[in-house]
Design a protein around this ligand. Structure first.
Ligand code: ADP
Ligand code: MG
Length: 374
């Protein structure tokens, strides 16, 4: 028996009574899948305003996942309130863990390891996930591994039935990030470009708020844009011709505000403004993404993050892909936005390498390039 409260290393194979977790470092995932051996990883995500929990079985795949979004709670404040986010994660995690275990017909004693998001994200929110993961791991005598949130996003496409082949370029467009990444192998991520100020989703949300569309207003702005003219307002395309693959969206938001102040309120004017703003954001995203495809010569593109749901963005990227001859894939939205499944999966891969974290840690700022290769 493993002593309660004594963390053990997943790579520790010594001792006749070593639990099955030790298999991770010895047998590749493919072999585990072949023999259908069960190695169960609990994943916990709390980097911002979504509590996500999942159970990933190295042999069987994703057994279940559950998500609670705090959008309704933050709506009254027009943005995420960090303290409220942390408190809500504390309330939700035990419920979600119980729910995922029940739905997956497993119990705590069957878990082999725990993976949690250690960063980047809101410090208080990360602390909740780290505390629950490390506390649970300690009490059950299980190994625990700290996962980079963006690595989770980049590996999320592998949760789908038809994962993209490597290498691929990832356009990560969410409320918190706008990044172009080259994924040449598992664990090898190169940042090609990113927003130097607001993320695309953030710009959508802030502009939507000016138009009185609530929070987060990205989807509402996109819906309103369908009824407007994308050419009535000529908004700038920031950094379109810069020599790098970076983005900038905060000036665009200011341009929208200036135009709004000059307008008399009305549905038509607001719809035109929404359409013109959306067209400017999408033009820049598409142009820089195509530039990244050309510069790297990579022939596959994966679009992740909430803004990846935008119809105009999808239509334009798909058209460019058709003309330029690259493949574009959009993982299921449930795996594009924050979720526990991507953390459990990334955890399974890192645990297989024998990586565990004995010490409690969160890293609100954490460069992806500092990760070790898988
Ligand atoms: P984060 O976790 O960083 O907030 P998510 O991946 O959860 O990001 O995505 C949420 C963001 O996506 C929000 O900014 C939201 O407004 C934006 N978003 C969702 N759907 C759309 C859409 N159809 N068009 C534009 N933005 C969208
Ligand atoms: Mg989110």
């Amino acid at each position: 028996m493993v002593e309660k409260g004594k963390p053990r290393s997943i790579a520790n194979t010594s001792g006749a009574n070593a639990r099955p977790t030790s298999r991770f470092s010895l047998i590749p995932v493919v072999a585990l899948q072949f023999y259908r051996l069960s190695v169960l990883v609990l994943g916990i995500e709390t980097s911002c305003d979504e509590s996500g929990v999942a159970l990933y079985d190295v042999g069987l795949g994703l057994l279940g996942h559950a998500l609670h979004t705090q959008v309704a709670m933050h709506r009254d404040y027009g943005g995420v309130v960090p303290e409220l986010a942390s408190r809500d994660h504390i309330r939700r995690l035990p419920v979600l863990i119980r729910q995922v275990l029940e739905e997956s017909r497993r119990d705590l004693s069957q878990i082999d390891a725990i993976a949690y998001t250690a960063g980047p994200g809101l410090a208080g929110a990360l602390l909740v996930g780290a505390s629950v993961a490390q506390g649970l791991a300690f009490s059950l005598g299980l190994p625990c591994v700290a996962i980079h949130h963006l690595e989770g996003h980049l590996l999320a496409p592998f949760l789908s039935g038809s994962p993209p082949e490597l290498p691929f370029i990832a356009l990560l467009v969410s409320g918190g990030h706008t990044q172009l990444m080259q994924v040449s192998a598992l664990g090898r991520y190169e940042l090609l470009g990113e927003s130097v100020d607001d993320a695309a989703g953030e710009a959508f949300d802030k502009t939507a708020q000016m138009l009185g569309l609530g929070y987060p207003g990205g989807p509402a702005l996109a819906t309103l844009a369908e009824q407007g003219s994308a050419t009535r307002y000529v908004f700038p395309r920031p950094m379109l011709h810069s020599n790098d693959l970076n983005f900038s969206f905060s000036g665009l938001k200011t341009a929208a505000l200036t135009a709004l102040k000059r307008e008399t309120a009305g549905h038509k004017a607001y719809a035109d403004l929404a359409a013109s703003f959306q067209a400017a954001v999408v033009d820049v995203l598409v142009s820089k993404t195509c530039k990244a495809m050309e510069q790297t010569g990579v022939k596959r593109l994966v679009v992740a993050g909430g803004v990846g749901a935008n119809t105009r963005l999808r239509a334009q990227l798909s058209e460019k892909a058709r003309v330029s001859g690259f493949q574009v894939s959009y993982p299921k939205l449930e795996f594009c936005t924050d979720n526990g499944a991507m953390i459990a999966f990334a955890g399974a891969l890192r645990l297989r390498q024998g990586q565990t974290d004995g010490r409690f840690q969160i890293r609100p700022r954490w460069p992806l390039s500092s990760l070790s290769a898988l």
